[in-house]
Design a protein around this ligand. Sequence first.
Ligand SMILES: [Mg+2]
Ligand SMILES: [Zn+2]
Length: 188
Amino acid sequence: MTTRRPAIFLDRDGVLVATDVRNGKPIAALTLDDFTILPEASTAVASLKAAGFMTIVVTNQPELARGNVDSATMDAMHARLAAAMPIDAVYVCPHDSGEGCDCRKPAPGMLLRAADDLDLDLAASYMVGDRWRDVGAGLAAGCTTVLIECGYTEPERVEPDLTARDVAEAATLILDREKAVRRPGGRA
Ligand SMILES: [Mg+2]
Ligand SMILES: [Zn+2]
């Protein structure tokens, strides 16, 4: 009998990697020079990994479809990410809106594929992201959702279970919640 494992699904831009904000919207890095891993990300992801979660990046990258970044650059970015923190897998949606794919968040395709590939327990897993699309994907996959509040002007369309100011606080909230869930009677 195999035991399905819980995972932390991590959005990339605005969670693990710095984004520029223009007109209230986050803009993803298009070059390796602009690809800056957030200082709090490595420790936060390592703490989640140490607690027994698989750590999986799920990222919409429509600039691939738009031709503004190529897949070799994207691969190099993700190699850099994996060198900086313990990541089990990276799933990328390379499509633009309007292509009708099943993986562009808020669709849950990347999470469902990872669950199938890695034998994950989605109900025991979390989705951490900085946009409503991330929360929507997590909700659709049956995960607990954590929104990192970055002050974007886009309206919130999906209510998250938890909110945090950055991935470090998200990790702390998740680990506290896990302690409460696992201890009979919950934690005071
Ligand atoms: Mg993001
Ligand atoms: Zn897609």
